[in-house]
Design a protein around this ligand. Structure first.
Ligand SMILES: Cc1ncc(COP(=O)(O)O)c(C=O)c1O
Ligand SMILES: [Zn+2]
Length: 419
């Protein structure tokens, strides 16, 4: 076993690998504007010297290309059968036509929409559900803007675990439908993510149900590391200059950073990328923290079509900010109009239909070029985090209308000649 336990990122104390220690009991929490700020967030700590003696680039490359290819770096015992939907192994494709349009040289798109339930959250559910089984929980539960819930529901179904999901009432219809179809006990709540998060944190105490909520469940970060591993492998162990990501809680931005650092420590790569966080101007606490230098929730937030990003707090903000600072990275706001423009470009230039929360990364490029943060010659990877099919209302904002035509040769010929 390569895992040492949970280590507090704040005080460095090591605790047993047990969900009891998702939060460091020594550092505790503080409350700001009614939101819990975890002062001591823990993360899974590994014995990298032993891992390094067992795994190598060539071992990974012999295995099927999905997240479990890296199982030694995920904290699972070697001989355990795991619940999987073959998550990960998503394409890293050139965004050639967008790059031409934006006048940049090297743009790559990591298409996480191609995961089993249509978002990167499947990499996190792999961890949450298998750890729930390992620790003997009867069920799993989460608060979610929609993607974490729909993903958890699928993995819980496959594992035979009870699943409870809680989403803001305005969550996209496609995501709510996924939860229901997979058989999760699905609740819609009138409130924002953070309000539901706080109430759920109390409500779940003492129940035999694992709190798998993003920003709380520490196993999620481990699954997200696999995005970084894959990007490096797909570039033949070269590292891009920039990784631009869509950020809510900041969990997967930090997970990727942890993944890149591990590969560096193991000697698989010889440099690190710079990380960029993007979020909606109406409420992106991590972008705000980066720009203001304060690690604190916002008093309030507005509305945005990017339902997975908008909020007053990112529960993993301290980690995400650490990633941005350590990597010499940056953070930038985008407007809903920027997001719609990016959705259009991605669909019409590259054939990828993504939801609004999935494209803030691409939406930020013009601003990042203008301010000179990224250079037109840099190699940039943008995360595309979720499928457009989950949010038909978002998609309809950029779609035209179909032609309604008569059933005859002339009408069909007319349609064929239309511009
Ligand atoms: C499509 C999409 N992208 C990005 C995010 C933000 O991810 P994180 O909370 O890890 O920052 C979410 C969160 O729900 C999401 O659904
Ligand atoms: Zn601590």
């Amino acid at each position: 076993m390569f895992v040492e336990g949970f280590r507090c990122v704040n005080c460095g104390e090591l605790f047993p690998l047990n969900p009891e220690f998702f939060v460091c009991p020594k550092c505790g929490v503080k409350r700001v504007y009614g939101v819990t700020v975890f002062k001591g967030i823990t993360e899974v700590a590994y014995d990298y010297a032993t891992i390094g003696s067992v795994v190598g680039r060539d071992l990974f490359s012999k295995r099927v290309f999905n997240a479990l290819r890296y199982r030694e770096l995920l904290g699972f015992e070697a001989d355990v059968n795991l619940i999987t939907l073959c998550e990960g192994g998503t394409p890293l494709v050139r965004g050639g036509r967008i790059a031409e349009h934006l006048k940049i040289k090297h743009l790559l798109l990591k298409n996480e929409a191609q995961n089993p339930t249509g978002s990167f959250k499947d990499r996190e559910s792999l961890m949450a559900v298998n750890m729930a089984l390992k620790f003997g929980f009867k069920g799993v539960s989460c608060v979610s803007s929609g993607n974490a819930a729909s993903s958890l529901a699928a993995y819980a179904a496959r594992a035979g675990l009870d699943c409870y999901v809680f989403m803001p009432s305005k969550a996209s219809k496609g995501k709510v439908l996924q939860c229901l179809v997979y058989g999760a006990k699905t609740s819609l709540v009138d409130g924002i993510y953070e309000e539901i998060f706080e109430a759920h944190l109390e409500a779940i105490k003492g129940l035999n149900v694992l709190n798998a909520t993003p920003g709380y469940n520490r196993f999620r970060v481990e699954g997200d590391k696999t995005i970084a591993y894959e990007i490096c492998e797909q570039l033949d162990w070269r590292v891009p200059d920039w990784v631009i990501d869509n950020v809510g809680n900041g969990t997967h931005l930090y997970g990727m950073w942890k993944g890149f650092k591990e590969l560096y420590q193991l000697g698989f790569i010889n440099k690190l990328p710079k990380m960029i966080a993007t979020g909606p101007v109406s409420g992106a606490p991590i972008v705000h923290c980066f720009k203001s230098g304060l690690i604190s929730p916002l008093k309030s937030c507005g509305e945005s079509i990017a339902e997975g990003l908008i909020g007053v707090w990112g529960y993993d903000a301290p980690l995400a900010i650490k990633a941005l600072r350590e990597s010499n990275g940056y953070a930038e706001y985008v407007s809903d109009d920027d997001i719609l423009e990016a959705m259009k470009m991605l669909a019409k230039f590259e054939g990828i239909f993504a939801e609004p929360s999935a494209v803030a990364s691409i939406a930020a490029i013009p601003k990042l070029l203008e301010s000179g943060i990224i250079d037109r010659k840099d190699e940039v990877v943008c995360l595309v985090t979720g499928s457009g099919l989950k949010d038909p209302e978002g998609g309809s904002r950029i779609a035209g209308n179909p032609l309604h035509i008569q059933l005859n040769v002339e009408s069909i010929r007319g349609a064929l000649q239309s511009k």
